[in-house]
Write a protein that binds this ligand. Sequence first.
Ligand SMILES: NC(=O)C1=CN([C@@H]2O[C@H](COP(=O)(O)OP(=O)(O)OC[C@H]3O[C@@H](n4cnc5c(N)ncnc54)[C@H](OP(=O)(O)O)[C@@H]3O)[C@@H](O)[C@H]2O)C=CC1
Ligand SMILES: Nc1nc(=O)c2c([nH]1)NC[C@@H]1CN(c3ccc(C(=O)N[C@@H](CCC(=O)O)C(=O)O)cc3)C=[N+]21
Length: 300
Amino acid sequence: MTAQIIDGKAFAATVREKVAGHVARLKEEHGITPGLAVVLVGEDPASQVYVRSKGKQTVEVGMNSFEHKLAAETSEADLLALIDRLNNDPDVHGILVQLPLPKHLNEDLVINAIDPAKDVDGFHISNVGLLGTGQKAMVPCTPLGCLMMLRDHHGSLSGMDAVVIGRSNIVGKPMAQLLLGDSCTVTIAHSRTKDLAEVVRRADIVVAAVGRPQMVPGDWIKPGATVIDVGINRIDAPEKGDGKTRLVGDVDFDSAAEVAGAITPVPGGVGPMTIACLLANTVTACCRAHGLAEPEGLTA
Ligand SMILES: NC(=O)C1=CN([C@@H]2O[C@H](COP(=O)(O)OP(=O)(O)OC[C@H]3O[C@@H](n4cnc5c(N)ncnc54)[C@H](OP(=O)(O)O)[C@@H]3O)[C@@H](O)[C@H]2O)C=CC1
Ligand SMILES: Nc1nc(=O)c2c([nH]1)NC[C@@H]1CN(c3ccc(C(=O)N[C@@H](CCC(=O)O)C(=O)O)cc3)C=[N+]21
């Protein structure tokens, strides 16, 4: 059996189209342009690539993009002062502080300083609590993108056995909450899980968010299962030439695609959906801020 490839890149394009439609209506009917502020502290090259890509796509769907690049040695007080300004700026509907932050900055403190209504990453404790209690929240972009692809592929997820590998606050835990919300039976696995292979073999849905290149082999996958690969790992690719690299996921794609029913590729799977959901969350935040009906199909 060969798995169906879930094309995150194409799906993301349809999400962006919907977002662009809502943005156009907000402008026409209400004279409002949604705005997203992205804050990058330091010069991490991978982060710079993501931030550039977010800014470009924000403008492409008709929204305002405000980029704030701060030096790696920026003080916590200066960063908090910027967040305070963005919280109070009516043209800014979404605020994203790119993670990880340099070591001297307290991530929890910084994230919880963001106005929860503008927290388009869904990392603020209020949004985490709202999601955990099934109330209307800003939902983290990566898990939201995964959920959209799963719903699109399966329709209802009710009663399915889901295994999430990884328990980070930004991917694993919110992913598990969303799957639970859709009535899956959810297992969260992590580095201390005993016999991970056996745990994964039970799953109708596997979400891998570990950060270890190709660690999930095909023989861990139940035949016909749906595999969502969140991992983004850069590895050496000597076959492409000296010093070249390539991106791979946390799943060994070739062997997993032999057994799975459906699988997301890396690149072109979860990554593009993450950015599309960031744009979706920004429109949602903008609508909520103005007391307008929120876009359908773009939220959890
Ligand atoms: N596509 C996208 O848009 C995004 C992709 N990513 C990618 O997703 C991956 C995960 O990111 P993130 O959640 O931030 O990573 P973290 O490093 O924060 O978390 C990794 C998790 O994996 C668990 N883990 C580590 N080793 C093992 C193991 N051998 N077996 C089982 N579990 C293990 C850890 O367990 P423990 O808690 O016990 O340490 C931890 O819970 C990365 O590759 C990252 O680049 C991240 C965000 C967005
Ligand atoms: N506050 C915050 N929010 C985030 O959402 C956040 C963050 N910090 N820090 C870093 C991680 C990582 N992340 C990715 C987004 C898009 C791709 C993406 O589009 N990837 C492309 C490939 C890109 C490439 O070629 O490098 C793909 O998978 O096809 C990847 C990773 C968001 N993150």
